[in-house]
Design a protein around this ligand. Structure first.
Ligand SMILES: Cc1ncc(COP(=O)(O)O)c(C=O)c1O
Length: 423
């Protein structure tokens, strides 16, 4: 039988078909709008999920939005970020952590990672805060740490620094849905917490996101901005610029169904990670990105990330980067700009690229890690505080498939394929 492609992380619906039941309800009751019973119930399900802590219950409110990117945008807006402000954001991340800063006319200041979690380095964070105050005369308006591939950041240290300087934290937990630190769900530590339900995330609504807020008042303010910021008149009166960012009641139906399987999804991601760790432990030159031994860390392992030592030779390495890519890595063919060179001045090592190509040939999707934002041409002028760790990790790092569709057999096949790729 021909092998199916093993993708990085695919949407996975409940076997009972809960998602379709709630979506059908939306149609049956004609709530086919960006509000309604599914949205309300999904928000409650999410609040119940994030509020559950080992020792106590929290009281966070959750607002469903059209995307995680919208959640970052509105969180920053609610922190008062505006033209001329600066926001400190982890450099090693997907672009949606930093782009919304620019939507508000503010400037991102990138902070490098430390080597253990691959996330924001608290030492660099404090250095950046002090230096920006010295250079601009004011403190940055917000701090955005990112749970890269689901790994919790150094939350205690980051929160202590944020409190010391009175700067709000917007946790980008888009990849870290259900990751915990000290028994508490990521996204509930900061002033706001961002979740994403894009098709490749821990749970999906096809596309969607949510913002975790600290109070009903703050949640209402976010909802107001997400629904075009209208004032209470019989006609449309506006005292602020709003956005059309609310979640559709149809999508929320999918989300309600997904909440019934989220614990099983997280357990499966952890199982796949443990299997990779076991099967790759004796493969020289390949190192799985593990969570710190500190028991407070409890990652969801959204994707399995790893590094490849520069001296490892991969079959076909001599051909790496010889051809200009014609289709997007990750399935965005048709919507990416064509380029005329095969290389840039900051890219994964040739053996990492050769491994990606080798795996693709084996019908396995392996992907480079996120290219640090301060190395992106679009952010060429942005200030950066780094020790170079994320740039080094980007050269040697790659991601392997995880998630409910990845079977034990798939993991064994993936590991065998990596071994075969080595010369
Ligand atoms: C780190 C990070 N932040 C934000 C987002 C944005 O989420 P969305 O795709 O739902 O807009 C994503 C994922 O897409 C992400 O990986």
């Amino acid at each position: 039988m021909e092998r199916k492609t093993i993708y990085l992380c695919l949407a996975h619906m409940s076997e009972e078909g809960w998602e379709q039941k709630y979506v059908k309800e939306a149609f049956d009751t004609n709530w086919v709008v960006p509000m309604g019973p599914n949205v309300n119930a999904f928000e409650q399900d999410l609040a119940d999920f994030v509020n559950h802590k080992d020792s106590e219950e929290l009281d966070r409110k959750v607002v469903c939005l059209s995307a995680g990117t919208a959640a970052v945008h509105l969180a920053l807006l609610a922190c008062g970020v505006g033209p001329g402000d600066e926001v400190l954001v982890q450099s090693y991340t997907f672009c949606a952590s930093s782009h919304p800063i620019t939507y508000l006319g503010a400037k991102p200041v990138f902070v490098g990672s430390e080597g253990e979690t691959w996330n924001m380095d608290p030492v660099l964070l404090e250095k950046a805060i002090i230096d920006r105050k010295g250079k601009t005369g004011k403190y940055p308006k917000a701090i955005v740490p990112v749970a890269l591939y689901g790994m919790p950041y150094r939350i205690d240290e980051i929160m202590a620094i944020a409190d010391k300087y009175g700067i709000p934290v917007v946790e980008d937990a888009a990849e870290g849905m259900g990751s915990r630190y000290n028994g508490q769900v990521l996204g509930t530590f900061g002033k706001y917490g961002v979740l994403s339900f894009n098709g490749n995330k821990m749970i999906t609504t096809s596309g969607g996101g949510a913002l975790i807020c600290r109070s009903a008042e703050e949640a209402n303010e976010i909802m107001w901005y997400a629904t075009q910021a209208r004032d209470a008149y019989p006609y449309y009166q506006h005292t602020a610029i709003g956005y059309n960012y609310r979640m559709s009641n149809v999508c929320a139906g999918i989300g309600r169904g997904q909440m019934k399987v989220i614990d099983a999804h997280i357990a499966h991601h952890k199982h796949v990670q443990a299997l990779y760790e076991e099967l790759l432990k004796d493969v020289k030159g390949v190192h799985i990105h593990k969570q710190p031994a500190d028991p407070r860390y409890d990652a969801n392992f959204w994707l399995c990330a790893a590094t490849l030592d520069p001296e490892v030779k991969i079959k076909g390495q001599e051909n790496a980067y010889k051809e200009v890519i014609k289709t997007a890595v990750g399935g965005a063919a048709g919507v990416i700009h064509q380029v005329d060179s095969a290389t840039t001045d900051c890219q994964p090592n040739e053996n990492v690229e050769a491994l990606r190509v080798w795996m693709l040939d084996k019908k396995i999707e392996a992907r480079p890690t996120w290219k640090p934002m301060h190395k992106q041409p679009v952010y060429a002028d942005a200030p950066v505080y780094t020790n170079g760790i994320e740039e080094e990790l980007f050269k040697v790092g790659f991601c392997l498939p995880a998630g409910p569709y990845v079977s034990d057999d798939d993991v064994k096949y993936i590991v065998e394929s990596i071994k075969e790729a080595m010369e």
